[in-house]
Design a protein around this ligand. Structure first.
Ligand code: SF4
Length: 377
């Protein structure tokens, strides 16, 4: 089965999306890093103008939820005063790229991210969900994350440009890397169709220039997990949901000088030790790390079921990964999962080893009956 139509665009700061709890206003942190003062500022803004809930997204962005329409302008002004919306409004939605979270000032990743930011205006107009990955640490980290045009390394450390969906790319010098991305973006635009709007499905149907398929990328890096990293403490946010007051307390008490955002519902507090807290995930054994759940009802108007409370309740009982999805669109994990519960007219359907839109093995299950069924999977 195919995925039901999901929203064809992503919200931004200037172009928010209406949800069941009000506007969702997305902030794209520059280089996916926020100074401590910016973190504190965004937490206050989320409480002053929104519901006090901030989402950590799978594109390493933050979303302020529950903003009433009449507060949007005031929120924009606040974000502007915190230097959180530095873009020309026409270009803001184009700053859609993942950056290896361990970059250091002046290193290759940092230089490439700055160069790409400076030349976004030269990119052709791309479909809203299309994005870039500057995945140029020693080994790629974003192989399972959304990006269409990728900068990576070869096994011997050379710089590689790779189209999503391909196992090979082509080696470029650093000063040619952004030109190569722009060239690939033009190729994509010239060849895409109304149904092939992302690079991976397009490369499955259309042959890329042969010179772009020469060299294999390096083997993937191991997954980041909560705990200590050389950069600082890594925390997890269950389902990517952050209560602004708790984030604000944590960064104040740890004294971290900055926060780096990742696309894996994890964030890094630079220069800080790991603190014992029940507000965030601090250990790799926490079962919530293996569970995804979208906001569900009543936050999403499409949902007919509540999701996250149920996911939290079921987490200790699942032996494999679990996805609780408010409907078949599967926003929280739009791909295969060991066990997926899909909301359907107030009850749940169960999908084994499939995506939310795949054929269920059981339908019409009531929330109270799910624990037994999940425990068997
Ligand atoms: S219910 Fe969940 S999966 Fe469905 S559209 Fe809403 S957020 Fe996405």
């Amino acid at each position: 089965m195919t995925r039901p139509n999901a929203k064809g665009w992503c919200p931004g700061a200037y172009h928010p999306m209406m949800s069941g709890d009000g506007l969702v206003v997305r902030v794209r942190p520059v280089l996916t890093r926020l100074e401590q003062s910016q973190v504190l500022g965004i937490c206050v803004a989320a409480q002053d103008f929104g519901s006090g809930i901030i989402d950590l997204t799978s594109r390493a962005n933050l979303q302020i939820r529950g903003v009433q329409k009449q507060n949007h302008n005031a929120l924009l002004q606040r974000l502007n005063s915190l230097d959180l919306v530095p873009d020309d409004p026409a270009l803001e939605s184009r700053r859609n790229f993942l950056i290896s979270p361990f970059w250091k000032k002046g290193d290759l990743t940092h230089r490439l991210a700055q160069a790409l930011t400076a030349r976004l205006c030269e990119m052709p107009k791309l479909p809203p969900k299309v994005g870039f990955a500057i995945d140029t640490g020693t080994a790629p980290m974003f192989l399972n994350d959304s990006a269409d045009f990728r900068l990576e390394r070869t096994p011997s450390g050379e710089l590689l440009v790779r189209a999503d969906g391909m196992t090979r790319g082509h080696i470029v010098a650093e000063d040619e890397a952004i030109n190569a991305l722009i060239e690939m973006a033009h190729w994509f635009n010239e060849n895409r169709t109304d149904t092939l709007k992302r690079m991976a499905p397009l490369t499955a149907k259309k042959v890329l220039p042969v010179q772009w398929q020469g060299t294999l990328r390096a083997a993937p890096a191991s997954e980041l997990t909560p705990g200590m990293h050389e950069l600082g403490a890594v925390y997890g946010a269950a389902f990517g949901k952050i209560e602004a007051s708790r984030l604000s307390n944590l960064i104040s008490s740890t004294g971290a000088n900055a926060m780096r955002i990742t696309p894996w519902r994890l964030f890094i507090f630079e220069g800080a030790d790991l603190t014992d807290t029940t507000d965030f995930i601090t250990g790799v054994a926490d079962p919530l790390l293996r569970v995804d759940a979208c906001p569900g009802a009543p936050l999403c108007e499409t949902a007919t079921v509540k999701t996250r409370g149920l996911a939290r309740e079921l987490a200790p009982f699942v032996k494999r990964d679990l996805h609780v999805s408010g409907c078949a669109k599967g926003c929280a994990r739009p791909r295969r999962c060991a066990v997926t519960l899909v909301g359907n007219a107030g009850t749940f359907d169960l999908v084994h080893d499939g995506a939310p839109w795949d054929e269920p093995v059981q339908t019409g299950m009531m929330p109270g009956t799910l624990k037994d069924c999940i425990g068997e999977n």
